[in-house]
Design a protein around this ligand. Structure first.
Ligand SMILES: [Zn+2]
Ligand SMILES: [Zn+2]
Length: 177
């Protein structure tokens, strides 16, 4: 039987270099086939005027309900400012041990913090957030190892401090050597 794939779903416009790079990183980290798909996502339905942000819980639910043949797990890529009720913003979220996750580039941009724009830094951060959320989908919880990608990150500086890789302990936990 053909192994089912992790589906990377572009729900906005992303450069091919970036999405190719993310696909490669996921395959490397989880040793699982990855398929890239573009999806015409109606993001305006999820805008919450009271916070001028987008409702991550509702978006996550919408992505979870997408019917994608051959999907083992799926993760949606966005560019909008995501929130959940208890937090000012989130970089991404996923169902622990579930099959759906979402991430956004929005809060990862240097410009938002008054620092010079950098595509390289932005792409590195985005990749790490994607790997982190997929880790949760594989059942991993936050890791204390300072360079493990499963370490929790509140600020972009936290993301910059860690690597894009799972530590040996996290790999063992999900059965990857
Ligand atoms: Zn997390
Ligand atoms: Zn770890």
């Amino acid at each position: 039987m053909k192994k089912q794939s992790i589906i990377l779903i572009s729900c906005d416009h992303f450069e091919k270099d970036l999405t190719d790079d993310i696909v490669k990183a996921i395959v490397h980290e989880f040793q699982h086939p990855v398929v890239f798909k573009e999806y015409d996502f109606e993001i305006s339905n999820f805008y919450f005027p009271g916070r001028r942000q987008y409702d991550a819980n509702k978006i996550l639910k919408e992505v979870s309900e997408m019917v994608l043949p051959g999907s083992f797990k799926k993760i949606g890529l966005f560019r909008v400012d995501l929130f959940i009720p208890i937090l000012t913003y989130i970089f991404g979220q996923a169902f622990l041990n579930g099959n759906t996750g979402i991430v956004s580039l929005h809060r990862l941009r240097n410009e938002l913090y008054g620092i010079k724009q950098s595509k390289t830094i932005l792409n590195e951060r985005f990749k790490k957030v994607v790997i982190h959320e997929i880790g949760h989908m594989f059942g991993l919880i936050h890791c204390q190892n300072p360079i493990c990608v499963m370490r929790s990150s509140t600020y972009v500086e936290d993301i910059d401090q860690k690597s894009q890789n799972l530590c040996a302990k996290c790999k063992t936990e999900i059965g990857i050597s």
